[in-house]
Design a protein around this ligand. Structure first.
Ligand code: RP5
Length: 162
């Protein structure tokens, strides 16, 4: 069964990154979550990223805040798709995280999501869509989720009153 890795620079990123985990769980996608810091555990980063494909991961979600090198450094050590999540920082509200992740030079790709929880949730959704290419069960769950979401929005607009 395909699985997804969720890595983050610090345990302080977990409140944000657990949105990705919740999304994957809702689709029945197996995942592993762990702290891997580009700055504080650089050797673990290389070890993890180099082994990720052989470990059976289909995609990697990487979240970090501030000078957020983690997604780019992981992408440099694997051919797996990497989805980068900018975590809101205290000093600059995540704009620093976003710019650190999004401006990858040509040749090494990181798919960058929105700052904060919405981005992390969408990273989970994107990773599930990657898994859905191989697993019909997950594809059906993603389609059902999208249909349900559309129906909820359509129904909510019926309740608008002056
Ligand atoms: C980054 O530094 C982490 O991704 C986190 O967003 C930020 C702050 O980390 P802590 O000081 O809270 O551990 O590496």
């Amino acid at each position: 069964m395909a699985k997804v890795a969720i890595v983050m620079g610090s345990t302080s990123d977990w409140p944000t990154m657990q949105q990705a985990a919740k999304m994957l769980k809702s689709f029945g996608v197996e995942f592993e979550a762990k702290v891997v810091s580009a700055h504080r555990t650089p050797n673990l980063l290389v070890e993890f990223a180099e082994a990720a494909a052989d470990e059976g991961f289909s995609a990697i979600i990487a979240g970090a805040g501030g000078a957020a090198h983690l997604p780019g450094m992981i992408a440099a050590h694997t051919h797996l798709p990497v989805f980068g999540c900018p975590v809101k920082s205290k000093a600059l509200n995540g704009l620093d995280s976003l710019l650190s992740i999004v401006q990858m030079p040509k040749g090494v790709a990181v798919g960058t999501l929105a700052i904060g929880e919405a981005g992390a949730a969408n990273a989970g959704l994107l990773a599930a869509q990657v898994v859905a290419l191989q697993e019909e069960r997950v594809r059906d769950a993603v389609i059902a989720f999208r249909q349900q979401q559309t129906e909820t929005v359509l129904a909510s607009s019926n309740s608008l009153e002056l």
